[in-house]
Ligand binder design. Structure first.
Ligand code: PEP
Ligand code: MN
Length: 357
């Protein structure tokens, strides 16, 4: 349930609505908007008497949210939510950040070089897995804590914020110490315990669509994170399973405008996992920008032939340069722009790792 206040409602009137919701035994979530404040009622068990709230001074309307997800819906919040992962790197506005880097962190040389290449090409954030959810237990599982350390090193060398995946509750806390944005992968989209954990941690989260998840499933998973009080959630289309083995996954472009209509959260696209084929990443990356994506997540490796995971879908650095250039032209054609790389770590700023020279 959502209590919409008059545009000139006073602070006292809003406070009274919050107080009554709490008296009724529910949680209140005041949300100041550009035009007016709304107060969400969380924990609605179907027995809330909306007329008591409707009768309060300053209340314009009481809306019963009809979807199985509430706080992620546009009914709950009509304006786009902006998710900021670092100064100047914002998802959901006119600027479109491009996150790029290897599938896995492999060594200091590899991740620092990749970060420099991402930065030079115009990417706004670095991706790279330290913990890898591999379909086979015998495949490379990631460098773990060492990988996180190397990501922090790459950030201190380039100034790029870090997006990296957490696989479980315990790992989420370790990842949160380093990451600017915690990725929840397709295989974990319905790991509700992990979703609650990252909701409580409160850092920005990039939530990938499960490989056989409907749009409603994706939004309900996001709801778990918002229900813990964290609205800094970026959704990601990364392809779904299909009957056709011509591509690794079926990249669902329609999911972009669909989700943006249903939810106020930013929606980004991952054409790398979406197609699984290097030469399809450029056309599908362009298409995602044209379809209105609020960001791209792309795998790029300094030397894809030697990658320990997903080399076959990773762009060569020069292909990534081209993707950013073409994405810029498309963004401009639809009244948007590509987020520039953030300024490099300034001299005199504290080192990312204590004791680093
Ligand atoms: C990844 O981003 O490297 C990854 C494992 O993605 P997904 O969860 O979409 O398979
Ligand atoms: Mn990958």
């Amino acid at each position: 349930m959502l209590v919409v206040m008059n545009h000139d409602a006073t602070r006292e009137q809003i406070a009274r609505v919050v107080e009554l919701i709490e008296e009724m035994g529910y949680q209140a979530r005041p949300m100041p908007g550009a035009q007016r404040t709304s107060v969400g009622l969380v924990g609605n068990d179907g027995r809330v008497d909306g007329s008591r709230l409707e009768a309060l001074d300053g209340v314009a309307d009481v809306i019963h949210v009809s979807k199985p997800y509430k706080q992620v819906s546009r009914e709950w919040r009509p304006e786009n939510t902006l998710v900021t992962i670092a100064p100047g790197v914002v998802f959901g506005g006119a600027q479109i950040p491009i996150i790029a880097g290897p599938c896995s962190v492999e060594s200091a040389e590899q991740i620092v070089l990749a970060a420099q290449q991402v930065r030079e090409a115009g990417g706004a954030a670095l991706r790279g897995g330290a913990y890898k959810p591999r379909s086979s237990p015998y495949s490379f599982q990631g460098l773990g804590p060492k990988g996180l350390e190397l990501l922090a090193l790459a950030r201190s060398e380039t100034g790029l914020p870090i997006v990296t995946e957490a696989l479980d509750d315990e790992g989420a806390h370790l990842v949160a110490e380093v990451a600017d944005c915690i990725q929840i992968g397709a295989r974990n989209m319905q790991n509700y315990s992990l979703l609650r954990t990252v909701g409580r941690i409160g850092k920005p989260v990039l939530l990938k669509r499960g490989m056989s998840a409907t749009i409603t499933d994706l939004l309900m998973s996001a709801e778990y994170i918002l229900a813990e009080g964290n609205s800094q959630v970026i959704l990601c289309e990364r392809g779904i399973r299909s009957f056709d083995p011509s591509t690794r996954n079926l990249f669902d472009l329609t999911a972009i405008p669909l989700v943006q209509k249903l939810s106020h959260l930013p929606m980004v696209a991952d054409p790398s996992h979406g197609t699984g084929l290097r030469d399809k990443v450029l056309p599908m990356g362009r298409a995602a920008i044209a379809a209105g994506a609020d960001g791209l997540l792309v795998e790029m490796h300094p030397n894809p032939e030697r990658a320990l995971s997903d080399g076959g879908q990773s762009l060569h650095p020069e292909q990534f340069v081209r993707l950013v250039r073409e994405a810029r032209a498309i963004a401009e054609a639809i009244g948007r722009s590509i987020t520039p790389a953030p300024s490099p770590a300034r001299e005199g700023s504290p080192p990312a790792r204590p004791g680093r020279q």
